[in-house]
Design a protein around this ligand. Structure first.
Ligand code: GAP
Length: 441
């Protein structure tokens, strides 16, 4: 179970070890935006790769897409985002802070200054970022940064269906940036204004919608447990009718037990034929599908598992974070911090550590590193005591360390140390690569 100060510890670790930095930090930061550092970019990429692998590579019914962030403004009229993608916003008349009306405390007091009954009437605030395309800033050149990647998939439905020669049930998957002018971003990378989504739209015959909705709920829950999040830190929560998005007849959230309580990790929605029908109306292009086998034409219904790469990365970090007492070299105990990340997600898979900076050990470590780097993301660390170097690797979740010592010069063998058990075994150098492949999958 997550501890209340777990978030602070993970944020500190993220900063200290180059996982995630506050964006524009030398200018004092910029409104809840974050930059992924050298290890963070690897971790998040591994999360996205694991999603792509399970969604696209391992299946023959789903294909990929990378559509543009800027799209014709009519797309957002058709999708309903111009009219309804809003949050109710109130201002505190005393301190001028803004809040979402639906997130105010029951006490009625301003969460910032404590003033009572100080809020303005709620007004609807559209979350889409507006910009202008071309040199003239007038109404005709307004465009929006996409608030979801899904619409790029819907407008390409016919292009993809015909070129990939797919028949429903089939899906289109996409990973990419989305933008929402959130009123209350926060909780580190949980809610930000710029974030990455991993969305898949699964097109099915209308009568099969409910069955596929159930299927994708279970499938997606299984993806998180398979990658190491304990089942008791996850749950599926069906939406109440008043929570449903404008397009959905049924939605369930995959929720994670964050340090502040249960929160959304991914949404799985039955979007029915809403989007394809709307785009048919607004574009004048027929987006129905002709089922030759059954001689019928229909507008496919869509089941959408929509995940966030940043939220998933945060959940994997929180679930992996651990601290434990371990024996130290002097017969006492020491505290170690570790990320028990699944090897598929770990930023660095293998650390290569010569026992010292000795002029014979370093070249041998270099040789081993060169042989490994084509296969795995590795790190070579020569600075500090071997104990400190193990701790540094534990802290960023490196599953295996390979230590080259003075015996290695004679017996052509190295020590492989396991992050979780701290057990060490001696392996002949020619056997090292197959062993690492076996352990790392
Ligand atoms: N196409 C459907 C859709 O966008 P959503 O529930 O609004 O559904 C899907 O978003 C996922 O995208 C969320 O479950 C979350 O993981 C991620 N997400 C949404 N808004 C976010 C934000 N402001 N910051 C970080 N991630 C966000």
């Amino acid at each position: 179970m997550a501890k209340p100060d777990q978030m602070e510890r993970v944020v500190n670790l993220a900063k200290r070890r180059g996982l995630v930095f506050p964006s524009s930090e030398i200018y004092g930061g910029f409104r809840s935006t974050w930059d992924y550092g050298p290890l963070g970019v690897l971790l998040k990429r591994n999360v996205k790769d694991a999603w792509w692998r399970s969604m696209v590579q391992m299946r023959d019914d789903i294909v990929g897409l990378d559509s543009a962030i800027l799209m014709a403004p009519r797309v957002w009229e058709a999708s309903g985002h111009v009219a309804t993608f809003t949050d109710p916003l109130v201002d505190c008349r005393k301190c001028n802070e803004r809040f979402r009306a639906d997130q105010l405390p029951d006490s009625g007091a301003c969460p910032n200054c404590g003033a009572k009954d100080s809020f303005t009437e709620a007004r609807q605030f559209n979350l889409m970022f507006k910009t202008f395309v071309g040199p003239v800033e007038d109404d005709a050149s307004v465009a929006y940064l996409r608030p979801e990647t899904a619409q790029g998939i819907f407008v390409n439905f016919s292009n993809v269906q015909t070129t990939a020669r797919k028949k429903p049930p089939f899906g289109i998957a996409q990973i990419g940036k989305s933008f929402r002018n959130e009123i209350t971003p926060g909780n580190f990378v949980y809610r930000t204004r710029e974030f990455e989504q991993m969305e898949m739209e699964y097109f099915v015959p209308p009568e099969d919608g409910d069955q596929w909705f159930e299927y994708w709920c279970q499938e997606r829950l299984g993806w998180y447990t398979d990658l190491g999040i304990p089942a008791e830190q996850l749950r599926l929560r069906p939406h109440e009718t008043d929570e449903l998005s404008h397009y959905s007849t049924g939605t369930a959230d995959v929720e994670f037990m964050y340090p502040w309580g249960w929160g959304e990790l991914e949404g799985i929605a039955n979007r029915t034929d809403y989007d394809l029908t709307q785009h048919t109306k607004f574009s004048g292009q027929d987006l129905s599908y002709f089922d030759q086998e059954n001689d019928r034409r229909y507008v496919p219904h869509v089941i959408e598992p929509a995940a966030g790469a940043d939220r998933a990365t945060l959940a994997f970090l929180l679930a992996a974070y651990d601290e434990e007492e371990v024996p130290d070299a002097k017969g006492g105990t020491d505290k170690r911090t570790l990320l028990r990340l699944d090897p598929r997600l770990a930023p660095i898979k293998v650390a290569v550590l010569p026992l010292s900076k000795n002029e014979q050990l370093v070249p041998l470590a270099g040789e081993i590193a060169d042989a490994l780097r084509a296969h795995f993301m590795i790190d070579v660390d020569v600075a500090g005591s071997i104990g400190k170097r193990y701790r540094r690797q534990d802290e960023v979740g490196t599953p295996l360390c390979v230590t080259i010592d003075f015996d290695s010069l004679d017996d052509r063998a190295v020590t492989v140390r396991d992050r979780d058990t701290m057990e060490q075994e001696r392996i002949a150098i020619p056997d090292l690569l197959p062993l690492l492949h076996e352990r790392l999958g």
